[in-house]
Design a protein around this ligand. Sequence first.
Ligand code: NDP
Ligand code: 8X3
Length: 251
Amino acid sequence: MIKTAFITGATSGIGKATAEIFAKNKIRLILCGRRKERLESLQKELSKITEVTTLQFDVSKREEVSTAIKSLPENFKQIDILINNAGNAHGFSNIQEGNIDDWDAMIDINVKGLLYVSKAIIPQMIENNTGFIINIGSVAGKEVYPNGNVYCASKFAVNALNKSMRLDLNPYNIRVSAIHPGLVETEFSEVRFKGDTDRAKTVYKDFKALQAEDIADIIHFVITRPYHVNIEDLVVYPTAQASTTILNKNQ
Ligand code: NDP
Ligand code: 8X3
C-alpha cells in the first residue's frame, strides 16, 4: 500500500535527502518549510516520481501550523509517517553571553514546533490505529558540550518527548522512533553561525562528516521494518567522531 509522509524541514539537509529517498521509493510526500521557492523546486523535481504537495509554514507559529495542516487536500489528509525534522542551532555562545532571541528560537522551533506539528497530526493516527513518528534529535540531546547549552537542552527535550510519545501512543499501535545524528554536513552550521559560511565550512573540514543522505538512508531503513518492529532510538556518528567533544581531524 502506498504511504504518505509528512516531512518538516524538507527544504534542506536531512529533510530534503529524506524526501528524495522516500520519493524514489514511491512514498507520497507532504513537504514543509518556510522557503517557498525551495519547496516549489523540490515539488517540481520529485513530482516526476511520486505525488507531492507542499505546505509553507513556520513550525514555531502555532496558528500557522494548524492552518497549514487543516488546508491539506483531501487525498493527503491521511498521514502514515511524520518526520519531525525541522530545527536548527542558533548561536554558539557560553551561557553567560548567550543571546536570548537565539534561545527563544531554539526552544520555539526545536521543541514547541515539534509539539505543535505532532499535536495536529497525532489525532488522525489515533483514529486510524496506525502511524509512525520519527523525531530527529541529536547527539547534543544525549551529551552536552561547551557552548551547546540551549541547543543541547532543546535536543534533550526532543529525546524526552520521543520517549514520552512512545509511552502515551502505545495503546494506539503508533510507532515512535528517534534518530540522533552527530556531525552532518548540511546548512546547519551556516544557520548556527548566522550566515558566516567560512566558519561553517571549518566545522566539516579535515574529516569525513556524515552526509544528509546517510541519515535519510537510515530513516528509510527504520520506516521500512515490518510493522511489529520499532527501532526506538539510534545514535549515529561519523567514524571520525567519538563523542560530542572528541573528533579525529586530519586522520
Ligand atoms: P538544515 O539547516 O540544512 O535544515 C534545517 C531545516 O529545518 C530546513 O529545511 C529549514 O527550512 C527547517 N526549519 C528551520 N527552522 C524552521 C522553522 N521555524 N519552521 C519551519 N521549518 C524550519 O539542517 P539539518 O538538515 O542538519 O537539520 C535537520 C535536523 O537535524 C534539525 O532538527 C537538526 O537539529 C538535526 N541535526 C542536525 C545535525 C547536523 O550536524 N547537521 C546533527 C544532529 C541533528 P526553512 O528554512 O525553509 O524553513
Ligand atoms: C548537531 C550536531 O554536534 O553540532 O546536532 O550539536 S552538534
